[in-house]
Design a protein around this ligand. Structure first.
Ligand SMILES: CC(C)(COP(=O)(O)OP(=O)(O)OC[C@H]1O[C@@H](n2cnc3c(N)ncnc32)[C@H](O)[C@@H]1OP(=O)(O)O)[C@@H](O)C(=O)NCCC(=O)NCCS
Length: 209
């Protein structure tokens, strides 16, 4: 398994990833937070995304968005190839996206909203805490992403204070500049870790933006 920061060369995978988003939303019975290939491609080209491969095949993806003048960061659009789920790919991508977020936006709070148990588990391991929506961004740009969710009316009825998703927030006690934190510095260095099957070996090669 190779997990690395995406680049402009990966934009060839943008359309495929958007198909996965549609398929997984249908399977989960949720609404689709609509993402267009050009937006995904823009994230890749801007160094704000993490992409994974298993045996040279596209395995998964996640991208970073910033809100409120970069005081809030969201790791969004996490998706893993349906044939490769439950093998640690999602966790590896999320870890890499988290590291990239901390390096690129060290002052920011990192948050997400999710109904996914897998994502709740991974976020908790990374140090996120469950919070009410009052602790999250108030940016319209973020919340308009919920408009295509089938539960949007519930969010509206509750004045955006709560919904079926759980809000999760990583609020570091202090900013962590890359130079001062060996763990974060290593986000830009290749790391080898054992992975569960089917990946025999994990290589986290996070190249610089
Ligand atoms: C959510 C998703 C990214 C998880 O990816 P993955 O590669 O299967 O996750 P991992 O194998 O790294 O699993 C991480 C943890 O979550 C658990 N997990 C994975 N899928 C799960 C599921 N469907 N239900 C409950 N727990 C699950 C794993 O068991 C693991 O925990 P453990 O180590 O304690 O056993 C993947 O299922 C997916 O692409 N789903 C569709 C898109 C989606 O829902 N995205 C999230 C939107 S918020």
């Amino acid at each position: 398994m190779l997990v690395r920061v995406a680049t402009a060369a990966d934009t060839q995978f943008a359309a495929q990833l958007c198909e996965w988003y549609v398929e997984s939303a249908k399977t989960r019975g949720t609404g689709i937070a609509k993402r267009e290939p050009h937006y995904v491609a823009q994230k890749m080209a801007g160094g704000d995304a993490v992409i994974a491969f298993v045996e040279h095949e596209l395995a998964g993806f996640c991208y970073i968005e910033t809100f409120d003048d970069k005081t809030f960061v969201v790791n969004s659009g996490l998706v893993v190839n349906a044939a490769l789920r439950q093998h640690g790919v999602g966790r590896a991508i999320k870890q890499a996206a988290f590291n990239l977020s901390r390096v690129k936006y060290p002052q920011a709070k990192i948050f997400g909203i999710t109904t996914s148990l897998a994502v709740m588990k991974i976020n908790s391991e990374l140090g996120y805490k469950p919070v009410t929506f009052s602790e999250l961004t108030t940016s319209e740009d973020f919340w308009k992403g919920c408009r295509s969710c089938k539960n949007y009316q519930i969010l509206q009825d509750n004045d955006r204070r709560m919904c079926l998703c759980t809000g999760m927030l990583f609020d570091a006690p202090e900013p962590a500049p890359a130079a001062a934190d060996p763990a974060l510095k290593s986000a830009y260095e290749p790391i080898r870790e054992p992975a569960r099957q089917p990946a025999k070996e994990a290589v986290f090669a996070l190249t610089g933006p």
